[in-house]
Ligand binder design. Structure first.
Ligand code: SF4
Length: 518
């Protein structure tokens, strides 16, 4: 027998069957009167497949339904389902329960729909877990976080699905060919992309992606990716690192981005540093002179774009104006606040909802109020609330709270924690303390270090509330002591894109939307 025929025989061995990978998606609620309810689906059941195929996330689920006829295969756990870890998107625990080769699959059943919403609401939007980032950026907040926060805040997610669903920024460096095709096929538009620079070498130097974690070398070519995604609208951002991607590099990046028809805008944000940078490259803070230089360049571009295309295209963050000591743009210049959660226009949005024209002359009872905020915004807030100080009986103090968790260098409001307020406030020194709503996790009373407002009320022996979404709302909370929870703990209508944001994106929201008391 020749060597060739031995190889042929080896090639004839049929491939071994692989166990099917399932991503059982736990059902949170079932809509009354829906097809799912009529089929007997209950909260706690799991979706296994649609039209015979496993489903990875709600987008794939909706896409499958959009084809018309669909058969949904469900499972009811034989035993009580395992307790979830509480980390959105990490479905491994319940995933294990349902591997087909395992006994105890529980009852399975199916039902059909045709051009109908089945009426299912899921516990999580990602059934197969969050896609992690492949980078080690010099400015990463996760690397600069002190220990001891809840686990989910350390997740370095970089998931294009969350970008489409919630507007979180992604780098695209971890995409596979399959992901790119899916984005194009399912038209997952718009996406929010952290570009930082259009210079490939410089981008690699700033983001230092891990070779082994990059699944497709094409994905790290930022210009190539933007061009390949030409049918997808992109909101982009540039995090400025002084002496690296600012100055003439910034001009080059703006010029390139503005040349791509699918790039709708670019937000420009200065690097945020904390005191926890052990084993990270030395990066200096963004100085006033750095900020002034960047704004000068960007203003030239903004003027040019406004004249040529009717949009300013470039949107510097509030922090850049505050650092430069320059006045904030008018409301109109934010063009509808599309980048509010990236710290672009939050302060203007807050100030625009101004004070009522008729303020009371006096309060029925004296009230001492402290407005706590980060050092960066304290002066502006102090000026904004000045008219309230004429009200008899109201003692109003704006207090710049030092960040005891991330360090003095962190001056934005959104990264203040319970620990910072404990250092800054003495029990009983006021009747009401207002904390920045951006310090709270969406829809909860919890801060980054899990301190709750209820705990602070007890410790401080005073009422503690989130501040208002706007200056007017803040004033109403001060005067009436009403809660400001109309929009997700004080986020303004502009800021609330989707109340479904979970823990996994809180740090991104905190670091990007961290400007201001409101
Ligand atoms: S900043 Fe974002 S992309 Fe960069 S290392 Fe951190 S999590 Fe990854």
């Amino acid at each position: 027998m020749s060597a060739a025929s031995t190889d042929d025989q080896h090639n004839l061995i049929p491939p071994q069957p692989q166990p099917e990978e399932l991503y059982p998606a736990p059902i949170k609620t079932v809509e009354a009167g829906s097809p799912a309810e009529r089929a007997g689906v209950r909260p706690g059941d799991f979706l296994l497949r649609v039209n015979g195929a496993p489903v990875t996330d709600v987008l794939a689920y909706r896409h499958a339904l959009s084809q018309g006829k669909a058969t949904l295969e469900m499972a009811r756990p034989a035993a009580a389902p395992k307790v979830m870890t509480g980390v959105p998107g990490t479905a491994q625990d319940h995933h294990r329960l349902f591997m087909p080769q395992e006994p105890g699959l529980g009852e399975t059943f199916s039902f059909d729909v045709e051009w109908e919403d089945p009426g299912l609401d899921f516990e999580e939007v990602l059934f197969d877990g969050i896609k992690k980032c492949a980078n080690k950026c010099d400015f990463c907040y996760v690397h600069q976080m002190p220990r001891g926060f809840r686990k989910s805040l350390y997740i370095m997610d970089d998931d294009y699905r969350l970008s489409f669903l919630y507007g979180s920024f992604v780098t695209l460096t971890n995409l596979t060919e399959g992901d790119i095709n899916r984005i194009l096929d399912e038209n997952l538009s718009p996406l929010y992309v952290s570009v930082h620079t259009a210079n490939q070498e410089l981008r690699q130097d700033l983001m230092r992606w891990w070779k082994l974690k990059v699944k497709d070398p094409q994905a790290v070519q930022i210009r190539g990716m933007i061009e390949r995604l030409e049918s997808i609208d992109l909101y982009t951002q540039i995090v400025l690192v002084p002496g690296r991607n600012d100055r003439e590099h910034l001009d080059d990046t703006v010029e390139y981005l503005s040349s791509r028809p699918n790039v709708l805008s670019a937000a420009v944000v200065p690097i945020g540093l904390t005191s926890h940078r052990t084993n990270l490259p030395d990066v200096r803070t963004f100085s006033r002179e750095d900020a002034q230089d960047s704004l000068k360049r960007l203003n030239i571009w903004r003027k040019k774009f406004l004249n040529e295309r009717g949009t300013r295209f470039i949107f510097p963050s509030d922090e850049l104006y505050l650092l430069a000591g320059e006045p904030l743009p008018s409301e109109e210049e934010y063009e509808g606040f599309p980048m509010l959660e990236n710290g672009v226009g939050m302060i203007r949005d807050f100030l625009t909802g101004g004070l009522d024209s008729e303020l009371p002359a006096a309060l029925p009872e004296p009230r001492r109020v402290i407005l706590a905020t980060g050092a960066l915004f304290a002066e502006s807030l102090d000026l904004a609330v000045e008219p309230l100080r004429a009200i008899e009986g109201l003692t109003l103090e704006v207090r710049a709270v030092e960040n005891k968790t991330f360090g003095k260098v962190t001056t934005v409001a959104g990264l203040l924690t319970g620990r910072c307020f404990r250092h800054a406030i003495k029990p009983g020194e006021a009747d009401l303390l207002l904390v920045p709503p951006t310090t709270l996790r969406y829809g909860t009373e919890l801060m980054l270090d899990d301190t709750s407002l209820t705990e602070l009320r007890k410790e401080f022996k005073m009422d503690v509330q989130p501040g208002g979404a706007t200056l007017g709302e803040l004033a109403r909370v001060i005067l009436n002591s009403a809660t400001s929870s109309g929009h997700q703990w004080g986020m303004s209508a502009h800021a609330v894109k989707d109340s479904g944001k979970g823990d996994s994106v809180q740090i991104q929201v905190a670091e990007q939307g961290m400007r201001g008391q409101a």
